[in-house]
Design a protein. Sequence first.
Length: 755
Amino acid sequence: MVRIGLLITSALLCFNGRAQTCFHVASAPDRAPLGNVTARCADGTLAGTSNAEGLLCLGSACDTLLISAPGYPSQRLATAELLRSGTLLLRVNELFPVTVEPWPRKRDRHGLASVSVLDSVQLAGFDRSSLRAAAQWTPGVQWDQRGAGGSQRLSMRGSLLRSAFGVRGVKVYWGPFPLTLADGSTPLELLDPMMAGSVDVVRSIGSPIYGSAPSGMLLAQAPFRTGHGADAALEVLGGSYGYYRTSATARTSRPGSAFTAGLVRQRSDGYRAQEWSERDQVFVAAQRISPRHTGQLYLTWQNAGWALPGSLDSLTAATAPRSARPYSQAIHAHIDKHQLMGGAASDVRLGAHLRLRSTLHAQLIDKRNPYGTTVANCGYKDEVIRAAGGRLSVAGDGRPARLPVSWEVGMEALAERDRLRENSYVNGQIGALKVDADTRVLNLNAFAMSTTRLAPRTVLQAGVGAERTTYDHRDGLSFTSPSTQPVFAAYPTIALEHVTRQGIELHARYAEATSRATVWEYLGTSGNFNNDLRGERVKEVEIGGVLNMDSSATRIELTAFRREMRDLILSTTAANGTDQTYVNTGRAVITGAELRLNMSIRTGVGALIRTMLFAGVHPSTVHLADGQVLTDIPGSAGYSCGMLLRAPLPLRSKWVWEFGGRVASAVRASTENDERVPGFATVHGRIAYSFKVSGARVACFAHVENLLDDHFSSWVQVNDPGGRYFNPAPGRSFLAGVSLAMGNDRGHRVAPTRR
């Protein structure tokens, strides 16, 4: 696979058939390509505009170019120098008042942790049934999914022992608002790709500013326009196994305000039997900006459903990969879910060096879940969740002892009420009520963070978070009301960053966090509240370096870490021999290294080859309470790597091809034995063509996934009884689509220079 990619790259580099008339435009911090960048001659004539890949080809000849990009200072540069270098990196010399930024630098907001950015090009370049297709190219990220738009779970450098059916320990934000609930669970399916303009993937323990995020974070920003004007887009996709998706967005932006709205309708029959999915969703995001205040308003509604095909044993997965478990089909196992989420955020400047930030949001979730793994362990669940949250903080900066210092102190509160009624459900027949649970959860996170510039190229960040989570439960069948009364648990963070004279960014950090137990884990399958359960304690040490090579638009990231999780939350069989109860037992240790390389190579004909390579090695051990030591964490891959190449066809800049391949190791499936789900190697190919018609941009593409028709599991069912660990992924599949984008831009006038 790598050899093929290198041959293709070499062939394009050797091709030199015409004079250079194009160059690539990208942002300096992350090398993300910048679209909608204009180049004008000295007399104001438009010389060219960059496309979504950041490629700007000149249609007019002039000696000097005025480069204008929304949100970046204008520059006047020599044309010959631009064409000679082939790459223009734009830098920001001031902050934009468009989002609530906790610190002067985005890097400080992340707590100096390892971060990978999924830009708009990467988000739009894959199947958009979820963010999985883009995020899985990040080292340390394991995103499992049943079918297009089906059940999802996410793990970053973490254990999947607790994630049999959902997301645990990873905190997810949409703009300034957390989707994660008070008990630590996250309805990840609510974050549709159309709602994200970019996504920051924080792979380490999150900064206390976000509350407890022990397994990393997803920070998705709304897709606001970067330049003034208006646009609208329509996208239609279709593919194998009855998959189709239609989405539309409209955006406006003018000085002081921005507005974005979108809707999507998505359906899939599924690769396997009993694996269909459906989703209808709308969203609105708006922001208002003034010199002293930034306000934001977000709202989304989703109606979704997906089937649950169940896991297969190894023989059935190999001989009949498209089948479902017969019992799952017999009871029509599936989930129906309605969700509404909205929030308002405010950032007020109280003075030259003081800001007051606040958010308020709410979520409403109604879920119906006829589900069961066996006749003995099966139920018809009707769950209603009402959740709300808020944040209040004060941030400022100053120069005590002549050292630049920024700081923020505040508190986040998340409240949740989970109302669960479960009836017995055998062979598709609803029986007697067996669980009547009403659980209230209150999560409080206090935090204090500071960032100090010790020297021009050295930054120290230190802070502490304090978390307290209470669970008040009412059992409507036994008329009992158990509750927990934990005290505040503190978790520190300290990090140091130094930039060498050669431009290498070095960092080291230590962080702690608490991984809360969810309502489902407290109840188990019996519905009896386990008052002794508590959250996992997570500690991590991380060191890393980043090398940016401006001359070649290359970015290399290398990170090493050690993560320890104590008081693991594991399931055990109850005394009745059927129900599963969750208890704290044992610990796990993960050590690893992660590499990410982004590189842009310019050929002699102006074509730009974008190369992305990632690799992650994550050896781990699990120390169980009985003294047994497992060499790998069940459900988590020991290593994964991949390579992605994207470039226009020679002499055909409107055509873009892409080639990618990923490899993952075999995965331990159980704590009870050494059975493993085999690893896999998948390859995909893509070709796209874009053109303009009457001012509108049309883009078409064809995509083939799993080109070599490899057989592998897209979801590993950890510790499933009877050895049913396997969930076969789709075989070779095809996807095609077309998008239509229309818009207008209001030009930015450059003020005349006063002589």
